[in-house]
Design a protein around this ligand. Structure first.
Ligand code: GUN
Length: 282
């Protein structure tokens, strides 16, 4: 049996229609949701991500302000921009594109963002709220992953979810969110012993390591839901952390790369920005 594809592009397009109508409703009440994106330096990949975010905002009617700063910008100068955006009434969401140049401490920058405008969900207040199960901004990639799993129509509650990768941006928060949905969660990382055996027990397997083709069919339980978060460039081609062709023979559902998790991340950023504007309004 071949796995069913979970189409992140198609789901994204459908969700963006709903976001558009929420933006329209806000506008009818005199509020234009606004997102500020700060890009420091000349990293080409970051420049592409920021341009895609700007385009996506335009596509759903969100006001976007991109602030491009020089590679040599000091931490103090960057913090000053953030403080100004924190009190700017036209801006509901603030995102500082990572990674930052070495003279800037990313934690100091994230801590400076008003948690009510932290649409990335990286601020310790939002992370802490996620841990204790309070309302918060959920980080965009993990939030998109949960939606992709829900798209299969399979319940998350009671399932064994195995997450490979413990980053602050994906692995840790997605493990917490799966727990919040009542999965039994195992969080694996580079020091995990018997990774393959643990992965093979998963009803839901989330792979977020950044190593091309780390996971093949021998890591996958028959019929499992497999979410591939990896985006790796190999010989000018984008591949995930999962060997897609091989995994398809065993998995029940699988996300492709590209076209799986990727499109969902920006869509969840748009959704969080609208949420920030709606929360301010109500
Ligand atoms: N760089 C790579 N992914 C992200 C993300 O989700 N948010 C921010 N701010 N920077 C990133």
């Amino acid at each position: 049996m071949e796995a069913k594809i979970i189409d992140g592009k198609d789901l994204s397009n459908r969700l963006r229609e709903d976001i558009k109508s929420r933006v329209e409703k806000l506008k009818q009440n005199g509020i234009i949701p606004g997102l500020a994106v700060i890009l420091v330096g000349n990293d080409p990949a970051s420049a592409v991500y920021v341009r895609n975010k700007e385009r996506a905002c335009n596509g759903v009617g969100i006001y976007s302000r991109v602030i491009k700063l020089d590679e040599n910008t000091s931490q103090e100068a960057l913090l000053e921009y953030i403080y100004r955006l924190n009190v700017d009434e036209t801006i509901h969401g603030i995102l500082v594109q990572l990674p930052l140049p070495p003279q800037i401490d990313p934690n100091a920058v994230i801590n400076a963002i008003d948690p009510a405008k932290d649409v990335d969900g990286f601020h310790p207040v939002n992370m802490g709220r996620l841990v204790i199960g309070e309302e918060c901004f959920e980080p965009c990639t993990p939030k998109g992953i949960i939606r992709l799993i829900q798209e299969t129509g399979q319940p998350i509650a009671g399932k064994h979810a195995v997450v490979i990768g413990r980053s602050n941006i994906v692995g840790k928060p997605v493990a917490l969110m799966l727990l919040r949905h009542n999965a039994t969660v195992t969080l694996c990382h580079s020091k995990t012993a018997n990774l393959r055996e643990i992965a093979r027990q998963a009803d839901i397997l989330v792979v977020a390591v950044g190593r091309p083709n780390l996971v093949d069919s021998s890591f996958i339980k028959q019929g499992a839901i497999v979410i591939d978060v990896g985006i790796n460039r190999v010989d000018d081609k984008l591949v995930g952390d999962v060997n897609f062709q091989d995994a398809c023979h065993v998995a029940g559902w699988i996300t492709p790369v590209p076209g799986g998790v990727g499109p969902m991340t920006i869509t969840m950023l748009l959704e969080n920005t609208v949420l920030a504007a709606e929360r301010k309004w109500v």
